[in-house]
Design a binder for this molecule. Structure first.
Ligand code: ADA
Length: 561
């Protein structure tokens, strides 16, 4: 029912140093760029940190509100329609929308002002985050014509019962008009249709309606058998359908039982990678074909698991994971962030709320996480971990929550999580391939003792381990940074971790080499890249591909998956 148009394609573009006018918005633009894209991929702007403006025209049908849905703008944005500021937004890794009512039928101008600088306005995108923070409209943009009351979101939770499935649905309606209106909602999935209920909404009000659909005759979703169903939500004014929302859902249940993770009641073992949304050719704005290619590589490697380090990913990536069958750990945009930054609390809270709200229905996502390698060592850090983990639980009680820790025996937050996750670089920052087994056994023995204060008996994921290796640096002596040494480390790590009775998930750091943030006087890693990828930034495989592939497939066969 809803009219939807893609605003992807060519937009006018200018960056601050190229502007010759002084007004709030540019009068002239210097070039055309493709949206979505990251401006670092434009010759001359490879290292540009500053402001840019993107402009295009759009058509409004009149009589409807216009909803602009941005997949992501990196990382600070202001939106102008016909020269009037209608929204501003922070965080380059989350989707967001702005609804503009009352536009007359005809052509209008849309300008998006974008900024990717660091400082007091930016708590999550920081120089310390290591990965490069792009500039630009980096994910797709959609224009939707919506009625005054429209379906803002639907939250669907599969419920596993003895011998069957139900689906809990929560429908959020939003009134952007000036009148009080009454609307009815119906939902259907897998051949079953129900009336969800009716709601009266005053101007600028939001309301939620809930219902349970079931019993449903459906096949469960798993990575091995990723069956999806269309859930259709329909909004009615008397007998006329005035809006609708169709989403794919999958029926699966993820639970923690003692030391294990259970998917649909059966033990789950996760084998895969940390993956940055990054490619040398596209920066952080990967086209869907490149995402599908990454997943095909992961499939060939025998993986069933991706951690979206260190931020929420593009919605199309989750769609692909849903359909191809991958388990996903998704986390908020927060690696090594400082809790004292003036904007920290507001920005991380918005990130968590948005991530869960927009990605709630993706069956592939089985874990929510937050605060990679932050302060989980001190009482004040612990308060923040507690707040964020409880927030995730409140937003969605159906998925386990965790964070990736590098505090190990000094961690004071293990009682707060459902899964204990370790970033553990034995054989790289310390130790050798000979100490991989002994090193992890020591850490896990501590975790299972009373001394870990709450980590005892909880499922364990090795959320990061790995080694640097330069593509093309081959060394018969297996020196550090050679493809040979990287391959040795991954081979031994996977041999130990994938067979370890106490470990239910392992994610290699990392899928591909990624560009890191510029550092003063070149103090960063060689090539300004994190070089621990099994692929380089162009997806050229390194020697470790063979070892990883063999270990992952062996493990998959042992588990019959
Ligand atoms: C950390 C961090 C990663 C990466 C890694 C490394 O654990 O979470 O983002 O920087 O270290 O390569 O050392």
């Amino acid at each position: 029912v809803r009219e939807v148009e893609s605003l992807d394609g060519e937009w006018d573009f200018v960056v601050a140093p190229e502007r010759r006018d002084r007004g709030r918005l540019p009068r002239t633009y210097s070039r055309r760029v493709y949206v979505p894209s990251a401006w670092e991929t434009i010759p001359g702007l490879e290292t540009y940190r500053g402001r840019g403006w993107l402009r295009r025209r759009f058509h409004a049908p009149g009589g409807k509100a216009m909803r602009f849905a941005f997949g992501a703008v990196s990382h600070t944005a202001a939106v102008y329609v016909d020269g009037r500021r209608v929204a501003c937004h922070y965080d380059g890794f989350i989707p967001w929308d702005v609804v503009v009512p009352g536009l007359k039928a005809g052509e209008h101008e849309l300008v998006v002002e974008v900024e990717n600088t660091f400082g007091k306005h930016s708590a999550l995108h920081t120089a310390g985050a290591a990965h490069w923070s792009s500039g630009g409209i980096t994910r797709p943009v959609e224009l939707q014509a919506v009625p005054e009351v429209f379906i803002d979101k639907v939250f669907a939770t599969p419920v596993r019962r003895r011998g069957g499935w139900d689906l809990d649905v929560r429908v959020r309606l939003r009134n952007v008009g000036r009148k009080t209106l009454r609307r009815r909602v119906a939902a259907s999935v897998a051949g079953k249709r129900i009336e969800v209920g009716a709601a009266t909404l005053g101007p600028r009000k939001t309301r939620e309606l809930r219902a349970r659909l079931g019993p449903l005759r459906v096949r469960p979703w798993s990575a091995e058998s990723p069956t999806l169903y269309d859930l259709t939500i329909e909004l009615r004014d008397d007998d006329a359908a005035v809006d609708d929302l169709i989403d794919r859902v999958g029926f699966r249940e993820i639970k923690v039982r003692g030391k294990r993770l259970l998917l649909n009641g059966r033990p789950l073992r996760l084998r895969g990678y940390n993956r940055h949304e990054y490619h040398a050719q596209y920066g952080s704005a990967l086209p869907v074909e490149a995402m599908a290619h990454d997943l095909r590589l992961l499939r060939d490697l025998g993986c069933n698991f991706v951690r979206t380090s260190h931020y929420p990913n593009d919605m199309r990536f989750f769609d692909l994971c849903d359909r191809m069958g991958f388990y996903v750990w998704e986390e908020t945009n927060s690696t090594g962030v400082g809790f004292k930054h003036p904007k920290y609390r507001e920005q991380i809270t918005a990130c968590a709320e948005t991530m869960v709200a927009w990605h709630f229905n993706r069956p592939s996502i089985v874990i929510w996480a937050t605060l990679n390698e932050c302060d989980s060592r001190t009482p004040s850090g612990r308060r923040e971990y507690a707040r964020m983990l409880n927030l995730l639980r409140k937003l969605d009680g159906s998925r386990p929550v965790t964070f990736a820790s590098n505090a190990w025996q000094n961690d004071v937050c293990l009682d707060l999580v459902d899964i204990v996750s370790w970033n553990w670089y034995e054989a790289w920052y310390w130790g050798s391939t000979a100490s991989v087994r002994e090193g992890i056994d020591r850490l896990l023995a501590w975790q299972d003792s009373a001394r870990s204060k709450g980590g005892k008996g909880k499922p364990v994921i090795l959320s990061e381990f790995g080694a640097g290796g330069f593509h093309g640096f081959r060394s018969p002596a297996h020196e550090k940074w050679s493809e040979e040494y990287q391959s040795d480390v991954l081979d031994e790590s996977l041999r130990v971790y994938l067979n370890h009775p106490r470990i239910c998930g392992a994610a290699i750091w990392q899928f591909c080499d990624v560009r890191v943030t510029e550092t003063p006087r070149g103090t960063g890693p060689p090539r300004s890249h994190n070089n621990k990828g099994t692929f380089d930034e162009l997806r050229r495989p390194k020697l470790s591909y063979g070892a990883v592939r063999r270990r992952m497939h062996e493990a998959a066969q042992r588990r019959g998956a």
